[in-house]
Design a protein around this ligand. Structure first.
Ligand SMILES: Cc1cc2nc3c(=O)[nH]c(=O)nc-3n(C[C@H](O)[C@H](O)[C@H](O)COP(=O)(O)OP(=O)(O)OC[C@H]3O[C@@H](n4cnc5c(N)ncnc54)[C@H](O)[C@@H]3O)c2cc1C
Length: 470
């Protein structure tokens, strides 16, 4: 058994995986180490964002002993850590296409007083191309507790404050990972690992193929640092005529005080505060800590600049003040795996149905432009499906992938990255991993028909024509 980070100074890592490995001319040698095995589970989930939490819950409920490892102090990933406080992608037009664990989380949020319900929202209004969607705004602080409870209820072994370092490989198959928490470095072993890191971290470090939009981090969708403002008269702002919102945005963008041509606001279900997506940081690599450092600082600068403009110019914001910036900048896009199948933009837009579908998606296809402050929004002609093969990294066994790093082109990921489909991907990965554990099979040898049957029995929506209540 070897860890892919064994004492070789990283020299045998595939060059495409690691920018540092390509650029550094100096190396140190570290002593060979013996790493204690701290935990042996049937399923190890890397990353506790929407996809990872759903994957862990699904695996545990389907009967597998499950460990979930998250580097932050709380679960929720982008939903809590980047304060992106609104679920999307649960609906195609007025029809709900996401059920299962994702939908259950929305009900738990309502019961906990952390959300109202799904509501209609017009995206891209101030950018001049209004687009109707259904969103589910929530309070991210309540979501943290809802996810704690959901994970505790099904007996998942949860490690917060713990960073996954390297996959452990045996005969070219992933069988666990090394982790670093507050104490010593340890190994967690499991015959099936689910990479829900958002960055395809395990897949990249295991040397399997990954994809980047145009092969260049600078072509990725921009990052956004979200700010929570209080004392906002949300109703007054919402009542502004569309043309007035457009005029204000153009003015702020032209003066350089706004970094994007969007006034995107999610109002908290509890009062007069608003989560504002008012920063837009392009040209930095969200999977590289040195570049993320620059991005975080630029995000904070933009937030203060935008607040000055909002207070001075935008009705409803005159009295507003900043109460929090998100713990980390929201990263829309980094690496995606190259799977046995790669979902395309055409599949999404044509509403393609695959025989081994494990979820339905509703869109929209939502791509923020790396340059120019604008975004593209497009509605699929009908709900689209995602095949099981998008969860399987090509040429690598023992591993499933869920969430925004699943196998899709950059364009298709514009629809798949929303939290509804991310949780549905997690649900499917968790069920498949548990079935593999039960049958002693690798994920690639699990019967997608069995995965589909189990998903149906857990209220996931995988079939195209089942009408469901909103
Ligand atoms: C600014 C912005 C606005 C958005 N707006 C919306 C919206 O309105 N509605 C919507 O539905 N979606 C929206 N999205 C998209 C959506 O939030 C993400 O695509 C979604 O959260 C992806 O889920 P995930 O679980 O795959 O990844 P993430 O949410 O990124 O979670 C990955 C988790 O893995 C953890 N992790 C990573 N590496 C390690 C490691 N080595 N060890 C341990 N843990 C690790 C991270 O800490 C994180 O918790 C938005 C995204 C951004 C950035």
């Amino acid at each position: 058994m070897r860890s892919s980070g064994d004492d070789n100074g990283g020299r045998d890592r595939p060059a495409h995986n690691d920018r540092l490995a390509r650029s550094s001319s100096r190396w140190i040698s570290e002593p060979a180490r013996r790493t204690p095995v701290a935990d042996e589970s049937e399923v190890l989930v890397v990353g506790g964002g929407p996809a990872g939490v759903a994957a862990a819950i699904a695996a545990a409920r389907s009967g597998a002993r499950t460990t979930l490892v998250e580097r932050a102090a709380f679960l929720g990933g982008t939903a809590t850590g980047a304060m992106v406080a609104s679920f999307m992608g649960f609906f195609w037009r007025d029809r709900r296409v996401t059920g299962g664990i994702g939908y259950e989380i929305t009900r738990r949020l309502i019961d906990a007083g952390g959300a109202g319900d799904f509501m209609k929202y017009v995206m891209g209004e101030a950018a001049g191309h209004p687009f109707d969607v259904r969103t589910f705004p929530f309070d991210p602080e309540i979501l943290k507790v809802v996810l704690d409870d959901a994970v505790r209820d099904c007996g998942i072994h949860l490690l917060l404050h713990t960073q996954v370092l390297e996959p452990v490989l045996e005969n070219e198959k992933v069988v666990g990972a090394t982790v670093q928490g507050r104490g010593d470095r340890k190994a967690v072993l499991a015959p099936t690992v689910i990479d829900a890191s958002g960055d395809g971290l395990v897949v990249r470090k295991a040397g399997a193929e990954v994809e980047d939009t145009d092969g260049d981090p600078r072509s990725r969708q921009p990052m956004t640092l979200v700010a929570r403002l209080v004392k906002v008269d949300v109703q007054r702002f919402r009542a502004l005529p569309r043309q007035e919102k457009q005029r204000l945005v153009e003015k702020g963008y032209a003066s350089g005080e706004l970094a994007l041509k969007i006034l995107s606001l999610v109002s908290s279900p509890t009062g007069d505060d608003a989560f504002m997506l008012i920063s837009r940081v392009s040209g930095w690599d969200g999977s590289d800590e040195a570049e993320l450092t620059q991005a975080e600082m630029e995000g904070r600068r933009q937030v203060l600049s935008a607040i000055k403009f909002l207070r001075r110019e935008v009705p409803g914001f005159e009295e507003c003040s900043l109460t929090a910036m998100a713990p980390w900048i929201g990263v829309r896009e980094t690496w995606r795996i190259v799977g046995d199948y790669m979902l395309t933009g055409e599949d999404v837009m044509a509403g393609r149905q695959f025989p081994d579908a494990v979820l339905q998606g509703g869109g929209p296809l939502d791509v923020h432009h790396p340059k120019g402050g604008d975004l593209t929004l497009a509605e699929p002609s009908s709900p689209f499906s995602v095949p099981y093969s998008c969860l399987l990294p090509r040429g690598l066994d023992g591993l499933l992938v869920a969430g925004r790093c699943a196998s899709a082109t950059g364009e298709a990921m514009g629809a798949l990255r929303h939290m509804g489909p991310s949780m549905a991907l997690g649900h499917a990965a968790g069920v498949a991993a548990a079935l593999g554990a039960k049958r002693g099979r690798l994920p690639r040898d699990v019967d997608p028909g069995e995965v589909r049957d189990m998903l149906r029995s857990q209220d996931a929506i995988i079939d195209p024509l089942v009408p469901v209540e909103a």
